[in-house]
Design a protein around this ligand. Structure first.
Ligand code: TGC
Ligand code: FAD
Length: 394
């Protein structure tokens, strides 16, 4: 008969989830964790406060680490497992959601469509330099009047001889103003198509969106396309429907299911330490039952969410993961991460509202994560449709 172990669980890995990772996965995870601790965590509070990040330097550093398009094969990409990509997202988002966004957008939203739907020439031209971080990409799907319903987009591309001419605008585009290349989705006579748009093309501009109270360590922009003329080979040949952009979203949402648990873990660990040090009524606040109940709820949410993400990672690596299961992960992990962040903030009391601790920053960031890549409501409806076979979107 098997025995029960009486080794006290690690408060930061209560279920010993590390034991479910291979040696290679632990090594990669620890490499990213060390990078975040040395290069991101000491600075990100200031970047967030200033609303500015050193994008070019970060791109190069992530390129050197092999983290850009890391789960893609060939063309200078690292070709890791999906699980390894997810673990990297988790560590990056333990630093800041905006930093994870930077890597998600580059790999899952800008490189992936070229890798999946591009011609061999397009892949050779763009992917190796995007993998090193020499070239930064962005992904333009959302418009001011087409958010949850991107199929209603008005940005259009028409043929003019062998060229394409693009008109319209995109809104809320991560990395827009710092990108060298934009993947722009546009309506054409042949359906929704993706275009590779070098950002120095005449007629393209990308004003930055200011005054954000969330995801401040990330550049967010509008893209304006005013008669942007592109050669025939700028179009991605492999897709001409909403399946194109939605396939990219699957990749990025998968990373967010992991990433959100990184942010939640950072909040939980900060609150746990704080509760052991902060004394009120002559006792550490961690000795009060109400605080312990909060800590337990937070720890359980982080551990369950991490197990869920890992399960999705294993399914993706096995080729059995479905978009609805990705929605499950994005929906449940982000809402719980937000709850954990809010609870951590309450444990820190007044200190919880300062940027001296990472908690408020994570909490504010997670409001964006709750909304982008499919809002909480949209993922609810995707799962609801899967359960009932009935579409409740419109
Ligand atoms: P629907 O009519 O059902 O399908 C249209 C076509 O798309 C295919 N499809 C998918 N393909 C791949 N993956 C999926 N998850 C797919 N879902 C649908 C479908 O088979 C069909 O293909 P075809 O070839 O037959 O034409 O789609 P719909 O237009 O009704 O959309 C459904 C809905 C509401 C779920 C979708 O529009 C949606 O997901 N809306 C949310 C929009 C969204 O998530 N935007 C994100 C923008 S990017 C962003 O936020 C980046 S944040 C930066 C960061 O990540 O850090
Ligand atoms: P809306 O779609 O207007 O939704 C408003 C509210 O209505 C939400 O609560 C929503 O859930 C609800 N709602 C809408 N439809 C329904 C329905 N059928 N049933 C029930 N409720 C519904 N987009 C990109 O393309 N590329 C990027 O790089 C990018 N980066 C972003 C970065 C940031 C910081 C932010 C904030 C957004 C970014 N986005 C990006 C845009 C993001 O994907 C959209 O904000 C998101 O898809 C929601 O669209 P919306 O903001 O227009 O909200």
């Amino acid at each position: 008969m098997s025995e029960i172990s009486f080794v006290r669980p690690d408060p930061n890995d209560f279920l010993d989830i590390d034991a479910l990772l291979s040696e290679e996965e632990v090594l990669l995870r620890d490499t990213v964790r060390n990078f975040v601790e040395k290069e991101i965590t000491p600075h990100v509070g200031e970047w967030w406060e200033e609303g500015h990040i050193p994008t070019a330097d970060l791109a190069k550093a992530f390129g050197e680490l092999g983290m850009l398009g890391m789960h893609l094969e060939g063309y200078g990409c690292a070709g890791t497992s999906a699980t390894a990509y997810g673990l990297a997202c988790m560590e990056l988002e333990a630093g800041d959601s905006g930093i994870r966004s930077f890597v998600s957008v580059q790999g899952s939203l800008a490189m992936f469509p070229i890798w999946k739907f591009g011609s061999e020439e397009q892949k050779q031209e763009w992917l190796p330099r995007m993998a090193t971080g020499e070239i930064i990409g962005c992904f333009g799907l959302t418009e001011a009047d087409s958010g949850s319903d991107p199929a209603s987009m008005r940005t259009n591309a028409r043929r003019d001889g062998s060229d394409w001419v693009l008109n319209g605008s995109k809104m809320w585009i991560t990395n827009g103003s710092v990108a060298d290349v934009a993947i722009v989705w546009a309506r054409t006579d042949e359906g929704i198509r993706g275009f590779i748009v070098p950002t120095d093309t005449p007629g393209f501009s990308a004003p930055e969106i200011k005054k954000k109270a969330s995801l401040r360590a990330s550049v967010t922009s509008e893209l304006i396309l005013d008669n942007v003329r592109l050669p025939a080979d700028a179009v991605l040949p492999g897709v001409a429907s909403m399946r194109g952009p939605l396939s990219c979203l699957n990749e990025a949402r998968f990373g967010i299911a992991f990433g959100a648990m990184g942010a939640a873990r950072s909040c939980y660990e900060t609150a746990l330490e704080y509760s052991k040090e902060r004394v009120q009524f002559n006792k550490p606040i961690g000795s009060f039952q109400l605080t312990q109940a909060k800590l337990v709820e937070m720890m359980v949410a982080v551990q369950k969410g991490t197990l869920l993400a890992l399960h999705l990672g294993r399914r993706k690596d096995a080729g059995t993961l479905t978009p609805e299961q990705i929605s499950f992960g994005k929906f449940d992990n982000v809402r719980h991460a937000l709850e954990v962040a809010r609870t951590a903030r309450s444990i820190l009391g007044a200190n919880g509202i300062t940027l001296e601790y990472p908690v408020f920053r994570h909490m504010a960031n997670l409001e964006t994560v709750y909304t982008y890549e499919g809002t909480n409501e949209i993922h609810t409806l995707v799962i609801g449709q899967s359960l009932t076979g009935l579409d409740a979107f419109a």
